[in-house]
Structure formats: structure tokens, C-alpha cells
Ligand binder design. Structure first.
Ligand SMILES: [Cu+2]
Length: 143
């Protein structure tokens, strides 16, 4: 049985169509990215197009950091959850602004958080911490 749901809620992800099949979910490759005062480590991450990837953000700093990609062609894995590409536990919704990023992780101090998606188009996509006054950045390379 196939559920087909169009992501509403945030207009920028309107084009993402979720095709979530009942039963086993495909295996996902986890990529860990640490963030501290020195920035993202590694700052360059390479993944394969069409393969499920879980980005795990490990915040070893004493303050909150975030990881966001403004726009990335992708398929979101799992259930028909319109927020599946976002993990903003504890986040104040007012931080979203008018043009929210398509991929977004928020990691409180000393904590890890993750999200899973499948990039669908090769390219280089900048990721960065979008907290005001923060400038950490890196690049996600999809091959
Ligand atoms: Cu930051």
C-alpha cells in the first residue's frame, strides 16, 4: 500500500512528494558532522545521489548551533511527515524567518540531532549555521 502526500505547510518544500511504502525502510548511511567553536568538522561531506543519508549533527559546544541547507533536490524518507526534513526540537518558530531552509537541524549545547533524506540531484550545496551572528559553513557534495 502506498501513501502519497504532498508536503504543504512550508511552500518551499511543496514540490517534495513523499512516496512512503509500508514495511521496511531502506538502509541509510549516517554521516556525522561535529560542530564546535571552530566550525563544522568535516566541513566537506560527500554523499551519493539517490541513496538515503542520515546527517547527524553533534554539537560539542556550550551554545546552540544549527545546520541548514537552503535548497536541495531530495526525497524525504519514511512516513508522510511534512516536517521530516526538519529537526527543530526546542526551537522557537520565530527563528524560521520568511524563507526557511529546506534542510534544517538544531542541536542544543552538548547534544546530537539528526535527519534523513535522499539527495536526488548531483551538485554542491552549502550548509551553514543560520543562527544570528554565526558564520560556520561547509559543503555537501552530492555525486
Ligand atoms: Cu553556530
Amino acid at each position: 500500500m502506498i501513501y502519497r502526500a504532498t508536503v504543504g505547510f512550508i511552500s518551499i518544500v511543496l514540490s517534495v512528494v513523499l512516496l512512503a511504502a509500508c514495511g521496511d525502510s531502506p538502509a541509510s548511511t549516517t554521516v556525522s558532522i561535529a560542530i564546535a567553536e571552530g566550525g563544522f568538522e568535516p566541513a566537506r561531506v560527500e554523499v551519493a545521489r539517490g541513496k538515503s543519508i542520515t546527517v547527524r549533527l553533534q554539537n560539542t559546544a556550550a551554545q546552540e548551533h544549527q545546520w541548514a541547507i537552503q535548497e536541495l533536490p531530495m526525497v524525504v524518507q519514511g512516513k508522510a511527515d511534512p516536517m521530516a526534513a526538519h529537526n527543530m526540537a526546542g526551537m522557537d518558530g520565530s527563528q524560521m524567518g520568511e524563507n526557511p531552509p529546506q534542510l534544517h537541524l538544531v542541536a542544543p549545547p552538548g547534544q546530537s540531532t539528526e535527519l534523513t533524506f535522499t539527495p536526488s540531484k548531483a551538485g554542491e550545496y552549502e550548509f551553514r549555521c543560520i543562527l544570528p551572528g554565526h558564520s560556520e559553513k561547509g559543503v555537501l557534495v552530492v555525486r
